[in-house]
Design a protein around this ligand. Structure first.
Ligand SMILES: Nc1ncnc2c1ncn2[C@@H]1O[C@H](COP(=O)(O)OP(=O)(O)O)[C@@H](O)[C@H]1O
Ligand SMILES: [Mg+2]
Length: 333
């Protein structure tokens, strides 16, 4: 007689089409009952179109049928809401006072660092009117799904992504919604996307302290915030407001990243502080959170972002940022 653990393990080999994960990773396995040689498996149909359900059923029958002492294999689908299936251990929000400081870049780099460590990671692009995550990862195909949920789109390295840009006919289409509608879209990304089992969901927050970031703070169970700033006075001033909001909402700040901190010129081996002297240490001290790193203005970053290849990025400053982040990021449930 097969044992439940064996059956579950075999299901790890059944991929969910259009994702880079298994039915177990997407948390679609609802129930396994074994009586004698007969195995009965209940799967959630969330996000799966009818043809996909048939395909998955055949695969499940195939792998489970191969286990020793297995007779008949029955696969039954049950409807479930994405939010009831999602098991996201940690939500990490990336925040800045103003736009254009590299918040989306840092969101991506945080997700990439975690993914390189072997974690299951997703990015929720909550910057509805300035969505830019799909471009950085070269994602264009629309997500698939059904009435009970939609599937995220997967990056090359297997990072799950959901962004309004994936749902628009053209990525350049402007989203001219007002606050409540934007808030609703973000909540839907959280509740109606099948994220499955994730170690980390990185949320690229809208900039500033208006309605949209507030909605995310209120509606998503944020475990920690990464604050992005640049050495400009204006950025320093507005980041304080953003931090005040986070502290008011009692959301812990994991650390501060100073982006576009300096330009390194290899020919003269010099760091030039283009936007003025670094304020990173001072800001971190004021907030009472560690400085995770200072990222330089790097033409390679701009090139990789524009070409959709940010997952290939590697540099000394990034490596030390990533190590520090991994070291102090909250872990487990
Ligand atoms: N450190 C950097 N070096 C070079 N280019 C950068 C750097 N940080 C951001 N950029 C570029 O600046 C632009 C804005 O960055 P983005 O992360 O989209 O900002 P935000 O999300 O804060 O509006 C992007 O096109 C990105 O390629
Ligand atoms: Mg952005």
């Amino acid at each position: 007689m097969p044992i439940k653990e064996q059956v579950l393990e075999s299901l790890e080999a059944v991929p969910v089409p259009a994702t880079k994960r298994s039915v177990v990773g997407m948390n679609l396995v609802r129930d396994i009952t074994i009586s004698g040689k007969k195995v009965n498996i209940v799967l959630a149909s969330t996000g799966l179109m009818a043809e996909v359900q048939d395909w998955v059923r055949d695969r499940v029958k195939g792998v489970v049928g191969q286990l020793t002492e297995t007779g008949e294999v029955e696969v039954e689908y049950r409807d479930a809401k994405a939010k009831d299936l999602n098991e996201v251990a940690r939500v990490i929000a990336v925040m800045s006072g103003k736009g254009g400081v590299g918040k989306s870049l840092v969101s991506s780099l945080v997700a990439i660092a975690l993914r390189r460590k072997g974690y299951e990671v997703g990015i929720l692009d909550a910057d509805i009117t300035g969505a830019s995550i799909p471009r950085m990862f070269n994602l264009g195909s629309p997500p698939s799904g059904n009435e009970s949920g939609i599937l995220p789109v997967f990056s090359k390295s297997g990072i799950e992504v959901m962004s309004i840009n994936l749902l628009l006919p053209n990525e350049d289409d402007a989203v001219i919604w007002r606050g409540p509608l934007i808030g609703k879209a973000i909540t839907q990304f959280w509740e109606e996307v099948l994220w499955g089992k994730l170690d980390y969901l990185v949320v690229d927050l809208p900039p500033g302290t208006a309605d949209a970031p507030l909605t995310v703070m209120q509606n998503l169970p944020i475990s920690g915030i990464v604050v992005v700033t640049t050495p400009q006075d204006l950025a320093t001033m507005v980041v304080k407001k953003a931090v005040n909001m986070a502290q008011h909402m009692k959301k812990p700040i994991i650390g501060v990243v100073e982006n576009m901190s300096y330009l390194y010129v290899p020919e003269i081996d010099k760091k030039i502080e283009l936007f003025g002297k670094s304020r990173a240490e001072e800001i971190a001290r004021n907030i009472g959170a560690p400085l995770l790193g200072r990222l330089p203005i790097d033409p390679e970053i701009a090139k990789l972002c524009d070409g959709g290849n940010i997952e290939e990025y590697e540099s000394g400053p990034y490596r030390s940022f990533a190590e520090k982040l991994i070291d102090i990021i909250p872990k487990g449930k």
